[in-house]
Design a protein around this ligand. Sequence first.
Ligand code: SF4
Length: 178
Amino acid sequence: MGGVDPKKTIQLNTTNAICPIGEITGKKNIGESKIPVLSCEGACIRGEIARLAANIILRKEPYARGCHGELITVPESSIATWIKTAEKVVLIDGCFLRCHGRLFENIIDREKLIQFDALSHYNRYTEIFDYDDVPEVERKEVAQSVANWVIESLNSNVAEHSFVSCETKDEKSSGCCG
Ligand code: SF4
């Protein structure tokens, strides 16, 4: 059977084209030393909750929402420059597979990348794929809980770990998983 060996390097068709509002936002975030928050972009309920949680956190200082599309495929953009030069980068991945964390570890300095496994916090919906099989109100409540957990972790010693999961000993002992 043909196809691409996933362990081989993937060639990206990068571009020098720019998104005007992305340039304005990236430069503003660099100037204000914002910390990028990126999330899983998976199509399932786990990706949706990670994305919603990231969108809650961006309303708090000093965080702002990062775009991994530009990070990966528009490497000279201001958004990509901001994310690559930020003091640290927060990533909320959807689940233990860490699809985005494994990508970013090859782009962003590992010591700057703080990864969270959102599913390990709420530990529900493992039999569900489509995000709208969970009512919107419930999705928002769970996302808020994930966002609170991430913020509390970032404000504590837990955030010194490069990968934060409720499977870790420190967090179990602190009762973060409820
Ligand atoms: S981290 Fe989990 S939820 Fe996100 S894309 Fe990967 S498998 Fe899907």
